[in-house]
Design a protein around this ligand. Structure first.
Ligand SMILES: Cc1cc2nc3c(=O)[nH]c(=O)nc-3n(C[C@H](O)[C@H](O)[C@H](O)COP(=O)(O)O)c2cc1C
Length: 330
């Protein structure tokens, strides 16, 4: 057992989180993560309507009696999804924890807090983490440059970002981006975090509902097999290296406008990768950490392996290193 402020304050057995994942964060995965003693998040916007989200939360409850949360990703959009209705569905369902991400969560925070719901805000910079703490969020999840999805525009890897944020925050902090194993968990704790958040690693589990070809690709891919798209648009996203992501990067590097890549990056094509296993069908998110993924375990095996080996590293390798020093007299 590893106890941290996060496990204590959020009532979760292990300091391990499965962050929101568009098209991936569905009930069977989230319930498996919860049953493994970690904290999983259903991704609200994967559900086409707020009513579908209500159904998905109920489906998850049938699969676990342990706590789980919902991710609400707030993105600027010309035609935004009905955020207030998704928020209400979360509140009405009595979900205890929400992960917000994207834009400033202020608008939603008061509503969640009024119903006793804890909010973990995920962000990619120290200044945004400090801002989120000042707004009153209950914890911060901070994504280093390694992460899948949106790493922001500062390009600060976790090794600097996590301790820099730890120095400025008083609320619990979850380190995110690039974590897959016990070494990462121990490192995150050493850097001042209270737990780790993983996306890519949880994609390659038995219970994640994506096509086996995608899981197998994550096992085979190395740490260099990602692309950063939309750099020119200041909306960077780290995605799997494939024919489509390379084409998007080439076109934008050549001066193309967003309109000229819009078809290539369409969500409908991306979700097709997960459904059909055609790895070149569209854009799909994956992090550098795929270079550390070598198997497709159940969530229970993955979480217990990470926590069990972390304890061994702390008590064994690290403890031995300290124990080898002569004890000071006096
Ligand atoms: C397939 C996929 C989809 C994701 N979609 C979202 C999302 O909709 N909202 C969000 O806040 N984060 C999203 N993320 C980011 C994860 O929650 C997490 O922050 C990130 O994966 C951590 O980096 P890692 O992949 O190196 O573990 C996604 C990640 C992946 C792999």
């Amino acid at each position: 057992m590893i106890r941290t402020r996060f496990t204590e304050e959020f009532g979760v057995e292990h300091p391990v989180v499965q962050g929101g994942m568009q098209w991936v964060g569905r009930a069977p995965l989230v319930a498996a993560v919860a049953n493994a003693g970690a904290l999983g998040f259903i991704t609200a916007l994967t559900q086409p309507t707020p009513e579908d989200l209500t159904t998905e939360i109920a489906r998850c409850r049938e699969l676990t009696d342990r706590p789980f949360g919902v991710n609400l990703t707030i993105l600027p959009a010309i035609n935004p999804p009905p955020y207030a209705e998704y928020r209400q569905a979360i509140i009405d369902a009595g979900v205890p924890i929400v992960e917000t991400a994207g834009s400033n969560p202020a608008e939603h925070l008061a509503h969640f807090h009024a119903h006793g719901i804890k909010v973990i805000h995920k962000c990619t910079s120290v200044r945004h983490a400090v801002k989120a703490e000042s707004l009153g969020v209950d914890a911060v999840s901070i994504d280093g440059f390694e992460c899948a999805g949106h790493p922001g525009e500062d390009d600060i890897p976790g090794l600097v970002l996590i301790p820099a944020a730890a120095d400025r925050l008083t609320i619990p902090m979850i380190a995110s981006g690039g974590f897959a194993d016990a070494r990462g968990l121990v490192a995150a704790l050493a850097l001042g975090a209270d737990g780790i958040n993983m996306g890519t690693r949880f994609m390659a589990t038995v219970e994640s509902g994506i096509h086996d070809n995608v899981k197998q690709r994550l096992v085979e891919a190395g740490e260099r097999d990602t692309q950063l798209i939309f750099r020119q648009l200041r909306n960077t996203a780290r995605v799997a290296d494939n024919a489509v992501s390379r084409e998007v990067v080439a076109r934008l590097n050549g001066g193309a406008a967003f309109e000229e890549v819009r078809d290539l990056v369409a969500g409908a094509r991306g979700v097709g990768v997960y459904e059909t296993g055609d790895l070149d069908r569209g854009i799909w998110s994956a992090g550098m950490v795929q270079g550390l993924i070598r198997d497709i375990p159940t969530c229970a095996d993955l979480v217990s392996r990470i926590v069990g080996e972390a304890v061994e590293i702390i008590r064994g390798r690290l403890g031995d290193a300290v124990g080898a020093q002569p004890v000071a007299a006096g």
